[in-house]
Design a protein. Structure first.
Lengths: 515, 67
């Protein structure tokens, strides 16, 4: 990280680029093919409002507090055990995230080189290990912005060509079932739309819990804004980032919908490959589409862009796993006070362990026909309860360490219990079969809602029964005890309020258009 | 470092390569199953334009900070 001197346009692009790697690209196209244009809510409903909230309300705490990671903030605001629990669940999350990337990269190698899946996965694991040891994370921000441009310029032609071939948007709307091309109209009841969620599940699950949980507590993302040149620039980072963000569905989701349309047109000779359990493997929508539309030349460029993005994404997760495990768990609890060389060696061993665990996670990923379903499940179990803890910690000074710890552990437990007692497609329900969800994504949304609510309620109840810390101890950590800057003298486009108003108007137009 | 300079050169160069490939490479090397559009040529032009645009922005910023 290059200190606090990076211009806003770069931090803003890095902010959204941190969330636009190859696995998101492939996952969003997969979701487009599986769930239709409702997938755009991952951007419109599931990112923009949270990014605005992040910039306006939460950034002052992050930029102002001395915390350099989420576990560290929890330690300052609450206590050690809350931090330890979060460090552990964060470590699990990074393993599944890098496992999901490794799975998708393995599938790509399998498609391009014709290797079998195990060889492909082991090859991608070796690549990640080499990349991480060679220090592939230096100047991560610059890398990410370049990759962002490459993804937009390299995949926009695919969106244009595939939608055109599928008969244009009007043609797709005329021939696909209407619930694949309307983002809002069929959300009255879960049975009417391909995602199987009703308005409440969508707005509360995705629009509130998952999205705010992801954008406000995910430090891989928040870090990008911390590199900005000033507090005002850090606050503007997510706000400016929303402008390109809201148009990304046209590049990342439309190809998936076009792939679905093309697979229903026999004259195109295009079909989605089959997944392990017999249905279409949506995860491969984007790559198979590339193979059909891109000639040698741009095909190589696109593949290179994808692989570079996979590597940096996985390296980012493995490095985060290493950092959290070495500093927040090993150095804090297992062996404090050793010399730096010892921790460096431990870090290297942990990196190898992280890659090996990721390989196991790829075999969990094979159970999912859409890689995005798995990622959102992990976010639902880890980020959703954490967001309740953060919300209370930042905005309610009465919340206590014991309250936070009880809420976080029981909330995460509730998420896992929901997964083990409900069934969606062929996953979940290992303990009991209390409920059947129409889709994996619907299950994810409800897991997130249950985890958040449980954590919130338990935290409040336990906090009320335990003694809070004094105001003095919580300065800079809680709303009301922290100075929030006012940028009244800046130019209008540098102030949060007018910028937010502009974003909201554009967002409304897009939603009305695709209603 | 101004990020616009390396990104600008990158896209200018990649754009030129794709344009050259799109114009001069034999057609049988450039076939795609589902399209007859010269994807290499048009993507190359877009990348070239974007690369030059980034370089212009960077040079203008450099000129301004020198003045």
């Amino acid at each position: 990280m290059s200190g606090r001197s990076v211009p806003v346009w770069i931090t803003s692009l890095a902010f959204i680029a941190a969330n636009l790697g190859a696995v998101e690209l492939i996952g969003m196209a997969a979701s487009g093919a599986k769930y239709g244009i409702m997938t755009a809510h991952f951007y419109w409903l599931g990112a923009i409002p949270a990014m605005l909230f992040m910039g306006i309300f939460m950034m002052p705490f992050y930029y102002g507090s001395k915390a350099r990671s989420v576990p560290e903030y929890l330690k300052l605001r609450f206590d050690e055990k809350t931090r330890a629990f979060n460090a552990f669940s964060f470590a699990v999350m990074t393993i599944f995230s890098s496992g999901a990337s490794m799975y998708a990269l393995g599938k790509l190698l399998q498609l391009v080189l014709g290797w079998d899946f195990t060889t492909s996965v082991l090859a991608s694991a070796a690549i990640v290990l080499a990349y991480t040891f060679l220090g592939g994370l230096t100047s991560a921000i610059y890398n990410e912005v370049l990759q962002f441009f490459l993804i937009v310029l390299g995949f926009a032609p695919l969106a244009i060509l595939s939608v055109q071939k599928a008969g244009g948007w009007a043609g797709i709307m005329a021939r696909l079932p209407a619930n694949y091309t309307h983002a809002w109209r069929y959300m009255g009841s879960a049975s009417e739309n391909p995602m199987g969620v009703e308005l409440f599940g969508m707005v509360a699950g995705l629009g509130f819990v998952l999205s705010f949980g992801y954008w406000c507590t995910n430090f891989l993302v928040v870090q990008r804004a911390m590199a900005a040149e000033s507090m005002s620039a850090a606050r503007r980072t997510p706000l400016v980032g929303t402008l390109p963000k809201m148009f990304l569905p046209f590049i990342v989701i439309l190809p998936g919908i076009a792939a679905l349309m093309l697979s229903k047109m026999p004259e195109m000779h295009y079909s989605l490959p089959l997944s392990a359990n017999g249905g279409p493997d949506y995860t491969q929508a984007l790559t198979t589409l590339m193979a059909k539309f891109y000639p040698a030349g741009i095909l190589g460029l696109g593949m290179t862009g994808l692989m570079a993005s996979f590597m940096s994404g996985m390296a980012g997760n493995v490095t985060a796993f290493n950092t959290v495990f070495t500093y927040d768990i090993y150095q804090s609890y297992i062996r404090p006070g050793a010399d730096d060389r010892h921790y460096l060696t431990v870090g290297r061993v942990i990196t190898v362990v992280g890659v090996v665990l990721s390989v196991f996670a790829t075999y969990v990923a094979t159970r999912y026909n859409n890689i995005m379903d798995l990622l959102q499940l992990v976010f639902g179990c880890v980020n959703a309860p954490l967001f309740a803890t953060f919300l209370l910690g930042m905005f309610w000074k009465r919340s206590t360490a014991n309250g936070a710890f009880a809420g976080l552990t029981i909330g995460t437990g509730a998420a896992v219990l929901t997964l083990c007692t409900t069934v969606a497609e062929n996953n979940g329900g290992w303990l009991a079969h209390w409920h059947q969800f129409p889709s994996q994504m619907a299950q994810n949304f409800w897991i997130a809602i249950i985890a958040f609510s449980t954590c919130f309620v338990i935290s409040v109840l336990v906090s009320l029964m335990t003694t809070p810390r004094t105001d003095k101890e919580m300065e800079g950590l809680v709303y009301g005890l922290t100075k929030v800057p006012h940028d009244a003298t800046a130019k209008w486009y540098e102030r949060p309020a007018p910028l937010t108003a502009l974003v909201i108007v554009l967002l409304l137009i897009l939603n009305v258009w695709f209603r | 470092m101004d990020l616009r300079v390396p990104s600008g050169w990158f896209f200018t160069l990649v754009g030129l390569i794709l344009i050259g490939w799109g114009l001069f490479a034999p057609a049988e090397l450039q076939r795609a199953d589902l399209t007859t559009t010269n994807v290499n040529l048009y993507s190359g032009i877009t990348m070239l334009v974007f690369g030059v645009f980034l370089l212009l922005l960077a040079w203008r910023a450099a000129a301004r900070s020198n003045a």
